[in-house]
Ligand binder design. Structure first.
Ligand code: HEM
Length: 519
Protein backbone atom coordinates (compact mmCIF):
# COMPACT_ATOMS: atom_id res chain seq x y z
CA UNK A 1 0.00 0.00 0.00
CA UNK A 2 1.23 3.45 -0.88
CA UNK A 3 0.76 6.33 1.59
CA UNK A 4 -1.36 9.17 0.21
CA UNK A 5 0.22 11.66 2.67
CA UNK A 6 3.39 13.48 1.68
CA UNK A 7 6.49 12.70 3.88
CA UNK A 8 6.46 16.22 5.29
CA UNK A 9 2.83 15.83 6.45
CA UNK A 10 3.63 12.48 8.18
CA UNK A 11 6.57 13.96 10.07
CA UNK A 12 4.45 16.98 11.18
CA UNK A 13 1.70 14.73 12.65
CA UNK A 14 4.34 12.50 14.29
CA UNK A 15 5.95 15.55 15.83
CA UNK A 16 2.58 16.76 17.11
CA UNK A 17 1.88 13.40 18.76
CA UNK A 18 5.28 13.42 20.44
CA UNK A 19 4.73 17.00 21.60
CA UNK A 20 1.32 16.04 23.02
CA UNK A 21 2.79 13.03 24.85
CA UNK A 22 5.59 15.22 26.19
CA UNK A 23 3.06 17.77 27.48
CA UNK A 24 1.00 15.04 29.18
CA UNK A 25 4.13 13.54 30.80
CA UNK A 26 5.26 16.98 31.92
CA UNK A 27 1.81 17.78 33.36
CA UNK A 28 1.77 14.43 35.16
CA UNK A 29 5.24 14.98 36.59
CA UNK A 30 4.31 18.51 37.65
CA UNK A 31 1.15 17.16 39.30
CA UNK A 32 3.10 14.44 41.15
CA UNK A 33 5.73 16.96 42.23
CA UNK A 34 3.14 19.42 43.56
CA UNK A 35 1.28 16.59 45.33
CA UNK A 36 4.56 15.41 46.89
CA UNK A 37 5.47 18.96 48.01
CA UNK A 38 2.01 19.40 49.53
CA UNK A 39 2.43 16.08 51.39
CA UNK A 40 5.77 17.34 52.69
CA UNK A 41 4.27 20.50 54.26
CA UNK A 42 4.14 20.41 58.06
CA UNK A 43 0.54 20.85 59.27
CA UNK A 44 -0.18 23.82 61.61
CA UNK A 45 1.04 23.23 65.16
CA UNK A 46 3.24 20.30 64.09
CA UNK A 47 6.68 20.05 65.78
CA UNK A 48 9.53 21.78 63.91
CA UNK A 49 12.52 19.90 62.50
CA UNK A 50 15.46 19.91 60.11
CA UNK A 51 14.77 21.29 56.64
CA UNK A 52 13.86 18.54 54.19
CA UNK A 53 15.20 18.15 50.65
CA UNK A 54 12.32 18.46 48.15
CA UNK A 55 10.79 15.08 47.24
CA UNK A 56 12.93 12.75 49.41
CA UNK A 57 12.85 14.86 52.58
CA UNK A 58 15.26 13.73 55.34
CA UNK A 59 15.52 10.09 54.23
CA UNK A 60 19.25 10.26 53.45
CA UNK A 61 20.06 11.67 56.90
CA UNK A 62 19.04 8.32 58.36
CA UNK A 63 21.55 6.33 56.31
CA UNK A 64 24.30 6.24 58.97
CA UNK A 65 23.77 5.89 62.72
CA UNK A 66 20.25 7.39 62.64
CA UNK A 67 19.90 7.21 66.46
CA UNK A 68 22.99 9.40 66.91
CA UNK A 69 21.86 11.83 64.21
CA UNK A 70 18.40 12.14 65.78
CA UNK A 71 19.80 12.75 69.27
CA UNK A 72 22.01 15.53 67.86
CA UNK A 73 19.03 17.07 66.08
CA UNK A 74 17.10 17.16 69.37
CA UNK A 75 19.77 19.54 70.71
CA UNK A 76 18.64 22.10 68.08
CA UNK A 77 14.94 21.37 67.71
CA UNK A 78 13.94 20.15 71.17
CA UNK A 79 12.96 16.74 72.58
CA UNK A 80 10.01 16.48 70.21
CA UNK A 81 10.77 17.33 66.62
CA UNK A 82 9.66 16.19 63.21
CA UNK A 83 11.20 14.67 60.11
CA UNK A 84 9.92 14.32 56.60
CA UNK A 85 10.57 10.86 55.21
CA UNK A 86 9.64 11.56 51.61
CA UNK A 87 6.15 12.83 52.40
CA UNK A 88 5.68 10.61 55.47
CA UNK A 89 5.55 13.12 58.31
CA UNK A 90 7.22 11.65 61.35
CA UNK A 91 7.58 12.77 64.95
CA UNK A 92 10.76 11.84 66.84
CA UNK A 93 10.72 11.57 70.65
CA UNK A 94 14.01 12.04 72.49
CA UNK A 95 15.26 11.90 76.07
CA UNK A 96 13.85 10.04 79.05
CA UNK A 97 11.40 12.74 80.24
CA UNK A 98 9.76 13.15 76.87
CA UNK A 99 9.57 9.42 76.01
CA UNK A 100 8.20 8.55 79.43
CA UNK A 101 5.64 11.32 79.22
CA UNK A 102 4.40 10.23 75.80
CA UNK A 103 4.51 6.43 76.14
CA UNK A 104 3.40 6.25 79.78
CA UNK A 105 1.03 9.20 80.29
CA UNK A 106 -0.39 9.07 76.75
CA UNK A 107 -0.08 5.32 76.42
CA UNK A 108 -3.14 4.81 74.22
CA UNK A 109 -2.38 7.77 71.95
CA UNK A 110 1.01 6.30 71.02
CA UNK A 111 -0.08 2.66 70.82
CA UNK A 112 -0.54 2.29 67.07
CA UNK A 113 1.87 1.17 64.34
CA UNK A 114 2.29 3.23 61.15
CA UNK A 115 0.51 1.98 58.01
CA UNK A 116 3.70 1.96 55.96
CA UNK A 117 3.51 0.38 52.50
CA UNK A 118 6.31 -2.04 53.46
CA UNK A 119 4.48 -3.34 56.55
CA UNK A 120 1.20 -3.45 54.64
CA UNK A 121 2.82 -5.58 51.97
CA UNK A 122 4.62 -7.88 54.44
CA UNK A 123 1.95 -8.50 57.10
CA UNK A 124 -1.12 -6.59 55.91
CA UNK A 125 -0.88 -4.78 59.30
CA UNK A 126 -2.04 -8.03 60.96
CA UNK A 127 -0.14 -10.53 63.14
CA UNK A 128 1.02 -9.08 66.45
CA UNK A 129 4.08 -6.86 66.36
CA UNK A 130 3.05 -4.87 63.27
CA UNK A 131 -0.67 -5.06 63.97
CA UNK A 132 -2.76 -1.88 64.04
CA UNK A 133 -3.90 -0.89 67.53
CA UNK A 134 -7.40 -2.34 68.03
CA UNK A 135 -9.28 -5.62 68.43
CA UNK A 136 -6.84 -7.67 66.33
CA UNK A 137 -3.85 -6.53 68.35
CA UNK A 138 -5.64 -7.06 71.69
CA UNK A 139 -6.63 -10.62 70.70
CA UNK A 140 -3.15 -11.53 69.49
CA UNK A 141 -1.29 -9.91 72.38
CA UNK A 142 -3.53 -11.62 74.94
CA UNK A 143 -3.07 -15.03 73.35
CA UNK A 144 0.72 -14.58 73.15
CA UNK A 145 0.96 -13.39 76.79
CA UNK A 146 -1.14 -16.32 78.01
CA UNK A 147 0.91 -18.79 75.96
CA UNK A 148 4.19 -17.34 77.25
CA UNK A 149 2.85 -17.86 80.74
CA UNK A 150 1.37 -21.36 80.32
CA UNK A 151 4.03 -22.86 78.07
CA UNK A 152 6.92 -20.73 79.32
CA UNK A 153 7.83 -18.86 82.47
CA UNK A 154 4.69 -19.97 84.39
CA UNK A 155 5.63 -23.66 84.03
CA UNK A 156 8.06 -25.09 86.55
CA UNK A 157 9.57 -27.43 83.94
CA UNK A 158 10.44 -24.53 81.69
CA UNK A 159 13.46 -23.34 83.64
CA UNK A 160 14.86 -26.86 83.41
CA UNK A 161 14.38 -26.76 79.67
CA UNK A 162 16.33 -23.50 79.43
CA UNK A 163 19.08 -25.04 81.57
CA UNK A 164 19.19 -28.01 79.19
CA UNK A 165 19.57 -25.64 76.25
CA UNK A 166 22.37 -23.87 78.14
CA UNK A 167 24.22 -27.18 78.30
CA UNK A 168 23.71 -27.89 74.59
CA UNK A 169 25.09 -24.40 74.02
CA UNK A 170 28.24 -24.70 76.15
CA UNK A 171 28.91 -28.24 74.91
CA UNK A 172 28.77 -27.03 71.30
CA UNK A 173 31.21 -24.22 72.17
CA UNK A 174 33.46 -26.69 73.99
CA UNK A 175 33.95 -28.56 70.73
CA UNK A 176 36.16 -25.68 69.56
CA UNK A 177 38.59 -26.56 72.39
CA UNK A 178 39.63 -22.96 73.03
CA UNK A 179 40.32 -22.22 69.35
CA UNK A 180 38.86 -19.08 67.69
CA UNK A 181 35.28 -19.32 66.43
CA UNK A 182 32.38 -17.01 65.60
CA UNK A 183 29.79 -17.47 68.37
CA UNK A 184 26.86 -16.02 66.38
CA UNK A 185 25.54 -19.34 65.09
CA UNK A 186 25.38 -21.03 68.52
CA UNK A 187 23.94 -18.03 70.35
CA UNK A 188 21.25 -17.55 67.69
CA UNK A 189 20.25 -21.21 67.76
CA UNK A 190 20.25 -21.54 71.52
CA UNK A 191 18.23 -18.36 72.05
CA UNK A 192 15.66 -19.05 69.33
CA UNK A 193 15.16 -22.56 70.73
CA UNK A 194 13.70 -21.08 73.90
CA UNK A 195 11.02 -19.28 71.88
CA UNK A 196 10.59 -22.41 69.75
CA UNK A 197 9.75 -24.42 72.88
CA UNK A 198 6.84 -22.07 73.58
CA UNK A 199 5.67 -21.83 69.98
CA UNK A 200 6.10 -25.45 68.88
CA UNK A 201 6.98 -27.41 72.04
CA UNK A 202 10.24 -28.42 70.28
CA UNK A 203 13.78 -27.18 69.74
CA UNK A 204 15.73 -27.26 66.48
CA UNK A 205 19.16 -28.90 66.48
CA UNK A 206 22.22 -26.74 65.82
CA UNK A 207 22.78 -28.42 62.47
CA UNK A 208 19.25 -27.87 61.13
CA UNK A 209 20.25 -25.93 58.01
CA UNK A 210 16.69 -25.14 56.93
CA UNK A 211 15.89 -23.46 60.24
CA UNK A 212 19.20 -21.61 60.20
CA UNK A 213 18.62 -20.38 56.67
CA UNK A 214 15.17 -19.11 57.67
CA UNK A 215 16.61 -17.17 60.62
CA UNK A 216 19.40 -15.76 58.44
CA UNK A 217 17.13 -14.32 55.77
CA UNK A 218 14.65 -13.13 58.40
CA UNK A 219 17.49 -11.23 60.17
CA UNK A 220 18.53 -9.82 56.83
CA UNK A 221 15.02 -8.40 56.52
CA UNK A 222 15.27 -6.83 59.99
CA UNK A 223 18.34 -5.02 58.68
CA UNK A 224 16.81 -4.09 55.33
CA UNK A 225 13.56 -2.85 56.89
CA UNK A 226 15.27 0.37 58.03
CA UNK A 227 17.59 0.84 55.06
CA UNK A 228 17.26 3.90 52.81
CA UNK A 229 15.73 1.60 50.20
CA UNK A 230 12.94 0.67 52.60
CA UNK A 231 12.26 4.34 53.40
CA UNK A 232 12.22 5.15 49.69
CA UNK A 233 9.80 2.30 49.06
CA UNK A 234 7.53 3.59 51.84
CA UNK A 235 7.57 7.05 50.31
CA UNK A 236 7.15 5.84 46.72
CA UNK A 237 5.39 2.46 46.77
CA UNK A 238 5.30 2.33 42.95
CA UNK A 239 8.96 1.26 43.30
CA UNK A 240 7.42 -2.18 43.75
CA UNK A 241 7.31 -2.36 39.94
CA UNK A 242 11.04 -1.66 39.66
CA UNK A 243 12.38 -5.21 39.34
CA UNK A 244 15.72 -4.61 41.12
CA UNK A 245 16.67 -3.10 44.47
CA UNK A 246 16.74 -4.15 48.09
CA UNK A 247 12.95 -3.97 48.46
CA UNK A 248 12.69 -6.91 46.04
CA UNK A 249 15.13 -8.86 48.23
CA UNK A 250 12.92 -8.07 51.24
CA UNK A 251 9.85 -9.46 49.46
CA UNK A 252 11.66 -12.60 48.28
CA UNK A 253 13.03 -13.27 51.77
CA UNK A 254 9.60 -12.75 53.36
CA UNK A 255 7.92 -15.16 50.92
CA UNK A 256 10.55 -17.81 51.68
CA UNK A 257 10.22 -17.31 55.45
CA UNK A 258 6.41 -17.58 55.39
CA UNK A 259 6.62 -20.71 53.27
CA UNK A 260 9.00 -22.31 55.77
CA UNK A 261 6.84 -21.29 58.73
CA UNK A 262 3.72 -22.75 57.13
CA UNK A 263 5.47 -26.14 56.82
CA UNK A 264 6.72 -25.94 60.42
CA UNK A 265 3.25 -25.03 61.73
CA UNK A 266 1.72 -27.97 59.84
CA UNK A 267 4.37 -30.32 61.22
CA UNK A 268 4.00 -29.28 64.86
CA UNK A 269 0.21 -29.17 64.83
CA UNK A 270 0.02 -32.83 63.83
CA UNK A 271 -1.59 -34.98 66.52
CA UNK A 272 -3.30 -31.93 68.02
CA UNK A 273 -6.22 -32.58 70.37
CA UNK A 274 -8.64 -29.60 70.38
CA UNK A 275 -8.76 -27.76 73.74
CA UNK A 276 -5.68 -29.56 75.01
CA UNK A 277 -3.01 -27.22 73.65
CA UNK A 278 0.63 -28.29 73.87
CA UNK A 279 2.06 -24.97 72.65
CA UNK A 280 1.24 -21.57 71.09
CA UNK A 281 0.35 -23.00 67.67
CA UNK A 282 -2.19 -25.41 69.21
CA UNK A 283 -3.64 -22.62 71.36
CA UNK A 284 -3.94 -20.40 68.27
CA UNK A 285 -5.71 -23.13 66.29
CA UNK A 286 -8.17 -23.55 69.18
CA UNK A 287 -8.98 -19.82 69.01
CA UNK A 288 -9.28 -19.99 65.24
CA UNK A 289 -11.81 -22.80 65.43
CA UNK A 290 -13.78 -21.29 68.30
CA UNK A 291 -14.16 -18.00 66.42
CA UNK A 292 -14.78 -19.58 63.02
CA UNK A 293 -18.33 -18.16 62.76
CA UNK A 294 -17.36 -14.65 63.88
CA UNK A 295 -16.56 -12.41 60.89
CA UNK A 296 -14.96 -9.80 63.20
CA UNK A 297 -12.43 -12.29 64.58
CA UNK A 298 -8.80 -11.53 63.74
CA UNK A 299 -7.63 -15.13 64.07
CA UNK A 300 -6.65 -16.56 60.70
CA UNK A 301 -4.03 -18.88 59.19
CA UNK A 302 -2.32 -15.87 57.69
CA UNK A 303 -2.13 -14.06 61.02
CA UNK A 304 -0.91 -17.27 62.67
CA UNK A 305 2.06 -17.34 60.28
CA UNK A 306 2.77 -13.62 60.77
CA UNK A 307 2.59 -13.79 64.56
CA UNK A 308 4.76 -16.93 64.78
CA UNK A 309 7.35 -15.26 62.54
CA UNK A 310 7.29 -12.05 64.56
CA UNK A 311 7.67 -13.87 67.86
CA UNK A 312 10.60 -15.90 66.55
CA UNK A 313 12.48 -12.92 65.16
CA UNK A 314 11.61 -10.46 67.96
CA UNK A 315 12.87 -12.99 70.51
CA UNK A 316 15.93 -14.12 68.58
CA UNK A 317 17.53 -10.97 67.13
CA UNK A 318 17.34 -9.02 70.36
CA UNK A 319 18.46 -11.54 72.99
CA UNK A 320 21.11 -12.98 70.65
CA UNK A 321 22.61 -9.54 70.03
CA UNK A 322 22.63 -8.74 73.74
CA UNK A 323 24.54 -11.94 74.50
CA UNK A 324 26.95 -11.41 71.59
CA UNK A 325 27.74 -7.90 72.85
CA UNK A 326 28.10 -9.24 76.39
CA UNK A 327 30.64 -11.86 75.24
CA UNK A 328 32.55 -9.24 73.29
CA UNK A 329 32.75 -6.83 76.24
CA UNK A 330 33.84 -9.61 78.61
CA UNK A 331 36.79 -10.39 76.34
CA UNK A 332 37.51 -6.66 75.94
CA UNK A 333 37.50 -6.00 79.72
CA UNK A 334 39.15 -9.02 81.43
CA UNK A 335 38.91 -7.30 84.85
CA UNK A 336 35.09 -7.11 84.55
CA UNK A 337 34.99 -10.72 83.36
CA UNK A 338 37.10 -11.80 86.31
CA UNK A 339 34.76 -10.08 88.78
CA UNK A 340 31.74 -11.74 87.11
CA UNK A 341 33.41 -15.14 87.44
CA UNK A 342 34.34 -14.53 91.08
CA UNK A 343 30.70 -13.85 91.85
CA UNK A 344 29.53 -16.89 89.87
CA UNK A 345 32.01 -19.19 91.64
CA UNK A 346 31.03 -17.84 95.03
CA UNK A 347 27.29 -18.40 94.52
CA UNK A 348 27.35 -21.56 92.41
CA UNK A 349 29.30 -23.65 94.88
CA UNK A 350 31.02 -26.75 93.40
CA UNK A 351 30.04 -25.65 89.91
CA UNK A 352 26.34 -26.38 90.23
CA UNK A 353 24.15 -25.06 87.41
CA UNK A 354 22.61 -21.58 87.88
CA UNK A 355 18.90 -21.14 88.57
CA UNK A 356 16.75 -18.03 88.50
CA UNK A 357 16.79 -17.85 92.30
CA UNK A 358 20.53 -17.13 92.06
CA UNK A 359 19.85 -13.84 90.30
CA UNK A 360 19.23 -12.06 93.61
CA UNK A 361 22.62 -13.18 94.85
CA UNK A 362 24.51 -11.96 91.78
CA UNK A 363 24.25 -8.17 91.71
CA UNK A 364 27.40 -7.75 89.64
CA UNK A 365 26.17 -10.12 86.88
CA UNK A 366 22.91 -8.19 86.86
CA UNK A 367 24.80 -4.89 86.66
CA UNK A 368 26.88 -6.13 83.71
CA UNK A 369 23.82 -7.34 81.76
CA UNK A 370 22.01 -4.06 82.42
CA UNK A 371 25.02 -2.04 81.29
CA UNK A 372 25.23 -4.10 78.08
CA UNK A 373 21.55 -3.34 77.40
CA UNK A 374 22.08 0.38 78.10
CA UNK A 375 25.38 0.85 76.34
CA UNK A 376 24.74 -1.31 73.28
CA UNK A 377 21.17 -0.11 72.58
CA UNK A 378 19.90 -3.30 71.03
CA UNK A 379 16.75 -1.69 69.54
CA UNK A 380 17.98 1.93 69.32
CA UNK A 381 14.84 3.43 67.75
CA UNK A 382 12.33 1.02 69.27
CA UNK A 383 9.74 -0.28 66.81
CA UNK A 384 8.05 2.52 64.87
CA UNK A 385 4.84 3.66 66.49
CA UNK A 386 1.95 5.82 65.29
CA UNK A 387 -0.66 7.99 66.96
CA UNK A 388 -4.02 6.24 67.33
CA UNK A 389 -5.88 9.57 67.63
CA UNK A 390 -5.29 13.32 67.22
CA UNK A 391 -3.05 14.40 70.07
CA UNK A 392 -1.84 17.56 71.77
CA UNK A 393 1.55 16.88 73.34
CA UNK A 394 3.82 19.52 74.90
CA UNK A 395 1.94 22.19 73.00
CA UNK A 396 2.26 20.49 69.60
CA UNK A 397 -0.61 19.16 67.52
CA UNK A 398 0.06 15.66 66.19
CA UNK A 399 -2.64 14.29 63.87
CA UNK A 400 -3.93 10.71 64.09
CA UNK A 401 -1.85 8.22 62.07
CA UNK A 402 1.43 10.18 62.34
CA UNK A 403 4.48 7.93 62.44
CA UNK A 404 6.43 8.18 65.71
CA UNK A 405 10.06 7.19 66.34
CA UNK A 406 11.05 6.61 69.97
CA UNK A 407 14.79 7.22 70.20
CA UNK A 408 15.59 4.78 73.03
CA UNK A 409 19.31 5.43 72.50
CA UNK A 410 18.73 9.04 73.59
CA UNK A 411 17.26 7.70 76.87
CA UNK A 412 20.32 5.56 77.60
CA UNK A 413 22.70 8.38 76.70
CA UNK A 414 20.61 11.12 78.37
CA UNK A 415 23.17 13.29 80.20
CA UNK A 416 20.51 14.37 82.69
CA UNK A 417 20.33 10.81 84.03
CA UNK A 418 23.70 9.25 83.21
CA UNK A 419 27.18 10.57 83.92
CA UNK A 420 29.71 9.75 81.17
CA UNK A 421 27.10 7.81 79.18
CA UNK A 422 29.73 6.92 76.55
CA UNK A 423 31.73 4.85 79.07
CA UNK A 424 30.97 1.14 79.62
CA UNK A 425 30.64 0.90 83.40
CA UNK A 426 28.53 -1.78 85.14
CA UNK A 427 29.32 0.04 88.39
CA UNK A 428 26.56 2.57 87.66
CA UNK A 429 23.99 -0.14 88.48
CA UNK A 430 25.49 -0.78 91.96
CA UNK A 431 25.24 1.18 95.20
CA UNK A 432 28.20 1.80 97.50
CA UNK A 433 27.61 -1.59 99.21
CA UNK A 434 27.63 -3.47 95.90
CA UNK A 435 23.85 -4.02 95.79
CA UNK A 436 22.10 -3.86 92.44
CA UNK A 437 20.11 -0.64 91.93
CA UNK A 438 17.41 -0.07 89.31
CA UNK A 439 17.91 3.08 87.26
CA UNK A 440 14.99 5.15 86.07
CA UNK A 441 16.18 6.12 82.60
CA UNK A 442 16.53 2.53 81.44
CA UNK A 443 14.09 1.51 78.71
CA UNK A 444 15.62 -1.22 76.52
CA UNK A 445 12.20 -2.92 76.39
CA UNK A 446 10.37 0.37 75.79
CA UNK A 447 7.26 1.47 77.66
CA UNK A 448 3.48 1.70 77.46
CA UNK A 449 0.92 -0.51 75.77
CA UNK A 450 3.24 -1.82 73.08
CA UNK A 451 6.20 -2.47 75.43
CA UNK A 452 8.15 -5.65 74.80
CA UNK A 453 6.07 -8.75 75.35
CA UNK A 454 9.10 -10.98 75.91
CA UNK A 455 10.91 -8.94 78.56
CA UNK A 456 10.54 -11.53 81.32
CA UNK A 457 11.62 -14.36 79.00
CA UNK A 458 14.57 -12.35 77.70
CA UNK A 459 15.76 -11.61 81.24
CA UNK A 460 15.59 -15.32 82.15
CA UNK A 461 17.50 -16.33 79.04
CA UNK A 462 20.19 -13.67 79.37
CA UNK A 463 20.92 -14.54 82.98
CA UNK A 464 21.02 -18.32 82.51
CA UNK A 465 23.00 -18.35 79.24
CA UNK A 466 25.49 -15.73 80.45
CA UNK A 467 26.22 -17.31 83.83
CA UNK A 468 26.45 -20.85 82.39
CA UNK A 469 28.89 -19.62 79.73
CA UNK A 470 31.15 -17.67 82.06
CA UNK A 471 31.05 -20.37 84.68
CA UNK A 472 32.61 -22.78 82.24
CA UNK A 473 34.80 -20.60 80.00
CA UNK A 474 37.25 -17.75 80.05
CA UNK A 475 36.58 -15.57 76.98
CA UNK A 476 39.44 -13.92 75.11
CA UNK A 477 40.16 -12.64 71.63
CA UNK A 478 42.56 -14.59 69.42
CA UNK A 479 46.10 -13.20 69.88
CA UNK A 480 46.56 -9.86 68.13
CA UNK A 481 42.91 -9.30 67.20
CA UNK A 482 40.44 -6.86 68.74
CA UNK A 483 37.08 -6.74 66.94
CA UNK A 484 35.40 -3.55 65.84
CA UNK A 485 33.02 -2.03 68.37
CA UNK A 486 31.10 -0.19 65.67
CA UNK A 487 27.70 -1.85 65.38
CA UNK A 488 26.14 -3.22 62.24
CA UNK A 489 23.08 -1.07 61.61
CA UNK A 490 19.54 -2.28 61.26
CA UNK A 491 16.35 -2.29 63.30
CA UNK A 492 18.64 -3.82 65.95
CA UNK A 493 22.30 -2.97 66.61
CA UNK A 494 24.50 -6.03 66.45
CA UNK A 495 28.27 -6.50 66.64
CA UNK A 496 30.06 -7.06 63.36
CA UNK A 497 31.06 -10.75 63.08
CA UNK A 498 33.99 -11.52 65.38
CA UNK A 499 35.98 -14.53 66.50
CA UNK A 500 36.55 -15.40 70.13
CA UNK A 501 38.33 -18.15 72.09
CA UNK A 502 36.38 -19.87 74.86
CA UNK A 503 39.01 -21.48 77.09
CA UNK A 504 37.74 -23.97 79.67
CA UNK A 505 38.14 -22.72 83.23
CA UNK A 506 39.50 -24.92 86.01
CA UNK A 507 36.12 -25.24 87.66
CA UNK A 508 33.92 -28.14 88.60
CA UNK A 509 30.95 -27.64 86.30
CA UNK A 510 28.04 -29.89 85.24
CA UNK A 511 29.19 -32.27 82.52
CA UNK A 512 27.48 -32.95 79.20
CA UNK A 513 26.11 -36.23 80.52
CA UNK A 514 23.57 -34.12 82.44
CA UNK A 515 21.81 -33.23 79.20
CA UNK A 516 20.39 -35.30 76.34
CA UNK A 517 22.56 -35.64 73.21
CA UNK A 518 22.62 -32.54 71.10
CA UNK A 519 22.26 -32.54 67.33
C1 HEM B 1 17.05 -8.34 75.14
C2 HEM B 1 15.97 -8.74 74.56
C3 HEM B 1 14.87 -7.85 74.03
C4 HEM B 1 14.84 -6.50 73.83
C5 HEM B 1 15.94 -5.49 74.10
C6 HEM B 1 13.53 -6.18 73.29
C7 HEM B 1 13.11 -4.90 72.98
C8 HEM B 1 11.87 -4.61 72.44
C9 HEM B 1 11.45 -3.28 72.09
C10 HEM B 1 12.27 -2.01 72.26
C11 HEM B 1 10.19 -3.38 71.58
C12 HEM B 1 9.37 -2.24 70.99
C13 HEM B 1 8.23 -1.83 71.86
C14 HEM B 1 7.59 -0.59 71.31
O1 HEM B 1 6.82 -0.65 70.35
O2 HEM B 1 7.89 0.48 71.82
C15 HEM B 1 9.81 -4.76 71.62
C16 HEM B 1 8.59 -5.24 71.20
C17 HEM B 1 8.29 -6.58 71.16
N1 HEM B 1 9.06 -7.63 71.62
FE1 HEM B 1 10.88 -7.46 72.47
N2 HEM B 1 12.82 -7.33 73.15
C18 HEM B 1 13.58 -8.38 73.60
C19 HEM B 1 13.21 -9.71 73.66
C20 HEM B 1 12.02 -10.22 73.23
C21 HEM B 1 11.63 -11.60 73.31
C22 HEM B 1 12.47 -12.72 73.93
C23 HEM B 1 10.40 -11.70 72.72
C24 HEM B 1 9.53 -12.92 72.52
C25 HEM B 1 9.98 -14.12 72.31
C26 HEM B 1 9.99 -10.37 72.31
C27 HEM B 1 8.79 -10.06 71.69
C28 HEM B 1 8.38 -8.79 71.38
C29 HEM B 1 7.10 -8.50 70.74
C30 HEM B 1 6.05 -9.51 70.30
C31 HEM B 1 7.03 -7.11 70.61
C32 HEM B 1 5.89 -6.29 70.01
C33 HEM B 1 4.87 -5.96 71.10
C34 HEM B 1 3.61 -5.31 70.55
O3 HEM B 1 3.65 -4.72 69.47
O4 HEM B 1 2.59 -5.39 71.23
N3 HEM B 1 11.00 -9.51 72.63
N4 HEM B 1 10.85 -5.49 72.15
Amino acid sequence: MVSTKSPSLVSVSCGQTLLCMGCVAFALLAFLLVRQLVKQRRPPGFPPGPSPIPVIGNILSLATEPHVFLKKQSEFHGQIFSLDLGGILTVVLNGYDCIRDCLHHHSEVFADRPSLPLFKKMTKMGGLLNCKYGKGWIEHRKLACNSFHYFGSGQWLFQRKISEECLFFVDAIDEHKGRPFNPKHYVTNAVSNITNLILFGQRFTYDDHNFQHMIEIFSENVELAVSSWAFLYNAFPWLEYVPFGKHQKLFRNAAEVYDFLLQVIKRFSQGRVPHVPRHYVDAYLDELEQNAGDPSSSFSYENLIYSVGELIIAGTETTTNTLRWAMLYMALYPNIQERVQREIDMVLVNGRAPTLEDKQKMPYVEAVLHEVLRFCNIVPLGIFRATSQDAKVKGYAIPKGTMVITNLYSVHFDEKYWSDPGVFSPQRFLDSSGNFVRREAFLPFSLGRRHCLGEQLARMEMFLFFTTLLQRFHLQFPPGSVPSLTPKLGMTLQPKPYNICAVRRQQKVPCSGDAPNHN
